[in-house]
Design a protein around this ligand. Structure first.
Ligand SMILES: [Fe+2]
Length: 258
């Protein structure tokens, strides 16, 4: 059983197209999208239409819940005023440019999904199994905490997204936790590629992260045409986050440029 999972499309329809092509060539048995379809990027309907056409099952992230229900903000979980101001600009643009039909579809998406594979109980969620916008940062999650979360929610393999930074932890009990990353913006590593995860479940669990290149310059120009914040465009062109940094733990913050 080879399972692929990606999250955080953030309206990056060009990265999504590249990831869908990579999935076609990669031979996974099953692929899931862990939610957050809009935000950050341009023309949100383009990515949603492509995702729906692909038939890939999808979870409802915090952004999808907010856009679907036209809530007041994205419920991203930021606390810093500057981060929240950027998140609000991004959310307002996305809500205004997402069709009612796509919004109705988002409202009906599941928040979590369970499946059995390779004799393991697999749980897919957006932020964490207990909260859609919980940030599971690698440096902030002890083995004991992750063991507790997996036990509490009956998971041998837990897949999540939401933070934008991918990581994998093999726990002492044999359980695994994988943050699959996001394909909508780079991983604050100075590279323009985006990341998703593949998990092979047979005689154990093997995880590898795929980096996917796409036409990021075209996306940057589309963002400029839509008058999206120059800070967002800079991230697409450089691979460094310029916003929504204040909730990063110290270790992840030090790895970035700002
Ligand atoms: Fe999210």
């Amino acid at each position: 059983m080879r399972l692929a999972a990606f999250g955080g499309i953030y309206s990056n329809h060009l990265a999504l197209a590249a990831v869908l092509e990579d999935l076609r060539q990669g031979g996974s048995d099953l692929a899931w999208c862990l939610g957050d379809l809009g935000g950050f990027g341009p023309h949100p309907d383009r990515a949603v239409a492509a995702l729906r056409s692909s038939g890939i099952p999808t979870l409802r992230g915090n952004m999808d819940d907010s856009v679907g229900h036209a809530r007041g903000d994205c419920d991203c979980g930021y606390t810093d005023p500057r981060d929240n101001a950027f998140a609000q600009r991004s959310y307002d643009y996305t809500l205004a440019h997402t069709s009612p039909e796509h919004r109705a579809w988002m409202r009906d998406l599941p928040e979590c999904h369970r499946l059995e594979a390779g004799g393991r109980r697999v749980l897919l969620c957006h932020g964490s199994p207990r909260r859609v916008n919980e940030f599971l940062w690698e440096s902030a999650c002890s083995d004991a905490f992750l063991e507790w979360m997996c036990a509490e929610h009956g998971a041998d393999l837990l897949l999540c997204s939401h933070t934008g930074l991918h990581w994998h932890r093999a726990l002492p009990s044999g359980r695994h936790v994988v943050n699959v990353g996001t394909i909508g913006r780079p991983a604050n590593d100075g590279r323009t590629e985006v990341w998703y995860a593949r998990v092979e479940l047979e005689d154990g669990v093997r995880v590898d992260f795929r980096s996917v290149a796409y036409d990021h310059e075209s996306l940057a120009r589309e963002m400029e045409s839509e008058a999206l914040p120059p800070e967002f465009v800079e991230t697409i062109r450089t691979g460094w986050w310029t916003t929504c940094l204040e909730n990063l733990p110290a270790k992840e913050r030090r790895a970035g440029r700002f």
